[in-house]
Design a protein around this ligand. Structure first.
Ligand SMILES: [Zn+2]
Length: 101
């Protein structure tokens, strides 16, 4: 699993946990808003021109995340981040958290 794939997986799990706790309709189905956010995040990871070799999104000159979506991602990570430590090694989520929080 490369870095992009791993980050997609982590983002999906984060949004799923957040949605379940905050919007919770069904265990395995995201609400429309969260589905949008997930698709957006995945699309941005796919399109990132820095690809797997990029050092940091923060240093990247191309700001992929729009302000609105960045606020949402930030809320998700702030809430879910500390809880993810019990699911993933810290190194797997550190990059995502430092990028958006
Ligand atoms: Zn939701």
């Amino acid at each position: 699993m490369n870095r992009i794939e791993r980050e997609k997986l982590v983002v999906r799990q984060m949004i799923a946990i957040y949605c379940h706790r905050h919007h919770a309709h069904n265990d395995n189905i995201l609400c429309d808003d969260c589905l949008d956010l997930l698709n957006y995040a995945h699309r941005r990871l796919d399109y990132c021109p820095k690809g797997n070799g990029k050092s940091s999104c923060r240093k990247c000159e191309i700001h992929c995340y729009s302000t609105a979506n960045r606020e949402k991602i930030r809320a998700v990570m702030k809430y879910v981040g500390p809880r993810m430590i019990f699911i993933h090694p810290w190194s797997a989520i550190r990059h995502l958290i430092t990028e958006f929080c």
